[in-house]
Structure formats: C-alpha cells, structure tokens
Design a protein around this ligand. Sequence first.
Ligand SMILES: N[C@@H](CCC(=O)N[C@@H](CS)C(=O)NCC(=O)O)C(=O)O
Length: 212
Amino acid sequence: MILLGASVSPFVRKVLVVAAEKGMKLDNRPINPSTSTDPLFLSISPFRKIPALVDGDFKVADSTAIITYFEALQPLPAVLPTAPRERARAIWFEEVADTILFPAGQRVFFNRVVAPKFLKRAGDLAAAQDAQDSLLPPVYGYLESAVPDGEFLVGNALSIADIAVASMLVNMTYCGAAPDAATYPKLAAFLGRMMARPCFAGALESDRAMLG
Ligand SMILES: N[C@@H](CCC(=O)N[C@@H](CS)C(=O)NCC(=O)O)C(=O)O
C-alpha cells in the first residue's frame, strides 16, 4: 500500500503509527499537498489534503477513513475499542485532536517551522505566540484533566485516542509549544510514554530526517 504525505503532518503520522502498531507495511511517499501536480494524488484527494492511500485499485484520503479501512482489513491489534462506550470515547478524543488541538497547534507549527523551513519565508511569529498563549492552554487544560491515572486515555489498551492526541502533540515538541511538565504533568508524561512506544519510532525517525 502506498501512503502519500510526509510524517511531519500529524494526520499522516497518525496513519503511520496505526499501521506500525498493526504490523502493516506502507510505502510512504512524501508530497507537498499544496503544490503537487501528481494526478494520482489529485484523484484521491480532491481537496489537496494528506494523507492519501492507494491499495491496488482502491484509493481513499483522510486519516480517519484510512484508519477505518486498516481496522477492517486487519482487526488486531485493535485501535478502535469494541465496547460501545469506549469506542465513543476514543472517537471523541480523536475529534478533539483533529478539530480542536490541530488548528490551535498548526498556527504555532506553521509560523515557526513550516514557513521558514519549507516555504523559505518568515512566519508570523506574533500569531504563533498568540496561539501558544491563548489557543493551546484551554486544550492542554482539558487534556490534563482527561488523562487518567492509568496508561491510556480510554480503557486498558492503546487506541486511536492515544495515537491521535499524541500525533498532534508531537508537532508541538518541534516548535517550542509542547505541554510543559510543571503545568501539565499528566499530559507531558502521557506524551513521553506515547513517543517512547515502538509504533511511534518509524514516524519520528522520518520526522528527524525531514526536520534535521
Ligand atoms: N481530515 C483530514 C485532514 C488532513 C489535513 O488537514 N492535512 C493537512 C496537512 S497536516 C493538509 O494536507 N494540508 C494541505 C492543504 O490544506 O492544502 C485527515 O484526517 O486526514
């Protein structure tokens, strides 16, 4: 299977981590979603979003859609809990990561990393600082209160909840906006635990190769 998109995108990272957890092999090909003219990419992802997946004659974009496909193809180890309430809670955390944490963090990551490193222009550092000061604290505060005493966000096993939240937070470690251990001890410890898991290793290695 071919996965289009670089691991520094938290949505791509989420998919790479799920695949690694399930022992599924992916041929990961970085592309620039904004400028790519690759007809294959545009045929899968009409709105130019990564990740995009090709599996033979099947194509689908969107991290949640791709992970749903993986889970159906290879149910074990499961990343979607089977108990109804746990599954709903896991999707809740994935949604918080994708729709609340990502837009807040992206303003920091884009202006401090993407603009100077990949677009070769200065980022809006005031906008980055504003997002770090005003947008991230409410999300971090919520997540700090939601991290249980156990190892995982939902139930007793790794799930999409942990992978989605940690995948977004990884980008914050690249732009000086990670949750600090003094203010968010449980969240910082959670992130450390997740990043140390073998399923994150390949994606983090790809990040290092790209970010230096
Ligand atoms: N809901 C999508 C979101 C994907 C997304 O926003 N990807 C970003 C990269 S982090 C992207 O492709 N942005 C390029 C653009 O908007 O032109 C998913 O879960 O895959």
